[in-house]
Design a binder for this molecule. Structure first.
Ligand SMILES: *Cc1c(COP(=O)(O)O)cnc(C)c1O
Length: 442
């Protein structure tokens, strides 16, 4: 196992701070902010600088953890940028989508890496996610795509106070924002991106109501239309007919917006699939999510992407059982020969799908072994009969690659998704907060 390079950065859930640590830090923060002259460097007792605590894997008790390879993240950004450069004379801006804790990778560390790599903007689903990134010190524009700002004014006030970019899709949004911005002390205008529904049927102004929303924008000079966007429902499908239809509706909407005298600087519709296979969807900016994390939504493209996360644990117990003996909840697995069973401390509460019971695999010593029996909440059993010498402390990989004395193999999010009947997006976002994320910065 590699102890080098691994460190743990960023706010919860990726920093391992005990409740006591946090209480102490908070007390120190309060104390230092109250003390006069706390900027005085000679007054050592009062100078408190909070740094992200670096944790070594040895700091965690349980050997189950997620290793996030930030070099692979940067590599995937370059792959996306290269794709865009070869198909566009003026390549669009890449705004990485970091919703759901950056697809389970830890949004603060991911955002920091992408910001340093020159990414001009980010997208999240929730206002809460945007606030988390601002709290982590991220300075680049953040687009809040979910369009939900709560029933009271606090949500929109946060948008203004933290300089976030709201997605709007109805006149109410625009009126409320316009009121707030109007009474804003700085007299600032707020830039918004308008979402149009071209066939996703989820959020977005319909084509028939577009003019009403544009009227609302006309009536609110403090609200500026900076962006026009839509979301594609079928960009990863074999048949691109539905996507072409969405594209043509969007072109119509864009035409109407421009005819009304608006000039949105950012026109964007492309998710990862569209980025990789449909240059006609690129416009001024693109919004790839999963491709940045090394998963291509379309098998025929994006083969040079590298998975970013790797989930590993270690064998904590082994036993030899006789033919005919059953193991685990419900005795769903029964030995057909004398067998060696290894127990690993990772279960469905960590995001290991229960549908992997008697169906999924792990890698041990570089070779694939089957999950034996029912995945339980905190533990899983593996049939290691064919792994000579398997013993306590051996690494077990549930997602990602492994090289060992018996060979090398890889378990991808796509493979897990096809076993459990879901999609790689859900596999990645299901890795629970109980699994500490460690960041590899080679
Ligand atoms: C999630 C999402 C994306 C990114 O999708 P990927 O398929 O992961 O690239 C882009 N736009 C919107 C509106 C989204 O919700």
């Amino acid at each position: 196992m590699s102890n080098d390079f691994l460190r743990n950065v960023g706010p919860v859930p990726s920093v391992e701070l005990s409740a006591n640590d946090m209480a102490t830090q908070l007390a120190e923060q309060v104390a230092s902010s109250l003390e006069p002259g706390h900027h005085d460097h000679t007054n050592r007792a009062s100078v408190r600088v909070l740094r992200p605590r670096r944790a070594a894997p040895a700091d965690t008790i349980r050997p189950t953890r997620a290793e996030v390879n930030l070099a692979h993240l940067r590599h995937n950004l370059r792959v996306v940028e290269k794709t865009l450069a070869t198909t566009n004379s003026k390549p669009p801006a890449v705004w990485g989508v970091l919703k759901a804790d950056a697809y389970g990778h830890g949004s603060a560390a991911v955002a920091r890496t992408l910001e340093r790599a020159g990414m001009p903007g980010l997208c999240v689903a929730l206002l809460e996610e945007a606030i988390e990134l601002r709290d982590a010190g991220i300075r680049i524009p953040i687009l809040v795509m979910g369009g939900y700002y709560g029933p009271r004014r606090e949500g929109l006030e946060e948008i203004l106070a933290r300089d976030l970019v709201p997605v709007v899709y109805d006149a109410g949004h625009i009126e409320r924002l316009g009121m707030l911005a109007h009474f804003d002390d700085d007299g600032r205008r707020v830039g918004v991106h308008l979402k149009v529904d071209t066939g996703m049927g989820r959020l977005g102004v319909s084509m028939s109501e577009l003019d009403d929303v544009l009227d609302a924008l006309d009536a609110r000079p403090h609200v500026r239309l900076d962006g026009l966007m839509t979301h594609l429902a079928c960009a990863d499908a074999e048949d691109l007919e539905a996507t072409r239809h969405q594209l043509s509706l969007f072109q119509k909407a864009l035409g109407r917006v421009r005819a009304r005298g608006f000039a949105p600087r950012y026109v964007h519709i492309a998710n990862s699939a569209a980025v990789l296979r449909m240059p006609e969807t690129h416009f001024d900016a693109v919004r790839p999510g999963i491709a940045l994390f090394g998963v291509s939504p379309v098998a025929s493209v994006g083969n040079d992407l590298k998975p970013v996360i790797r989930i590993r644990t270690e064998i904590v117990s082994t036993r030899t059982i006789e033919a005919g003996q059953a193991i685990g909840y419900g005795h769903s697995w029964r030995a057909t020969r004398q067998s060696v069973i290894a127990t690993v401390p990772m279960g469905y509460a960590d995001g290991l799908d229960r549908k992997l019971s008697n169906a999924g695999h792990a890698l041990i010593r570089g070779r694939r072994v089957p999950i034996a029996g029912t995945v339980s909440m905190d533990m899983t059993m593996l049939d290691v009969t064919d792994i000579p010498g398997a013993r306590i402390g051996d690494e077990a990989v549930f997602l990602g690659g492994q090289e060992g004395p018996l060979g090398r193999d890889v378990i991808t999010a796509e493979e897990i998704a096809s076993t459990t009947g879901t999609i790689p997006w859900e596999v990645l976002t299901s890795i629970s907060r109980r699994v500490p994320r460690f960041y590899r910065e080679p």
